[in-house]
Design a protein around this ligand. Structure first.
Ligand code: ZN
Length: 200
């Protein structure tokens, strides 16, 4: 079926989203058509302002509305503990557990030499600077990576790099099944994994 050009364009745009095929993209577009125009305009405005309203925290490199972000400046959080993750959306997964009250550091990916993601392409230098130059003495760094090959190599790389600085280095407990993503782990499993974390 040939769609009118504006519909075709939107279907193509949604089809480019991770995990979204043509059929789901069509459903999204027809769903939007059925919504009141005011709601669709609010949605469109949020998209238009996305890049202007969201920035990277200069301390933890998570997406935020201000920098330093609310987590990095919250006196009720344990500023002496840093949970290092590969991607921003993993911060959300740990926050949903309600179990972790420290800070984060988002690397922006995993070390993957074969794909050309060398350590200098990630925010590893910034992590070391944060540890060495911060007014707050960092007592623990949690290496919170997925239990897969990339996650393991990133954790190992950071372990070797950070060992000389003398803080406690921990990793998630073996609750996460190998190959399971932090992103998709249920809250209880992830809460247990961070609660029972142990020294590397
Ligand atoms: Zn921050």
């Amino acid at each position: 079926m040939a769609y009118p050009t504006p519909l075709r364009f939107l279907i193509d745009q949604f089809s480019r989203f991770p995990g979204i095929g043509e059929k789901t993209a069509q459903r999204f577009v027809f769903y939007l058509l059925r919504q009141p125009q005011a709601d669709v305009i609010r949605f469109a405005r949020a998209l238009m302002e996305l890049h202007d309203s969201i920035l990277l925290c200069r301390v933890c490199f998570n997406y935020a509305e201000k920098t330093p972000c609310a987590t990095c400046t919250d006196p009720n959080r344990d500023q002496e503990t840093i949970c290092v993750v590969a991607f921003s959306h993993e911060v959300g997964a740990f926050e949903r557990t309600g179990e972790y009250r420290g800070t984060y550091h988002v690397l922006g990916g995993n070390v993957n030499i074969l794909d050309g993601i060398t350590p200098d392409k990630l925010r590893i230098k910034e992590l070391v600077e944060r540890i060495t130059r911060s007014d707050t003495k960092i007592k623990e760094v949690i290496l919170a990576f997925n239990p897969d090959l990339e996650g393991e190599s990133t954790g190992l790389y950071l372990y070797k790099l950070l060992m000389p600085y003398g803080m406690k280095l921990t990793r998630l407990a073996r609750g996460l099944p190998r190959g399971a993503d932090i992103e998709y782990a249920d809250e209880i499993t992830l809460a247990d994994a961070i609660k029972a974390r142990r020294e590397v």
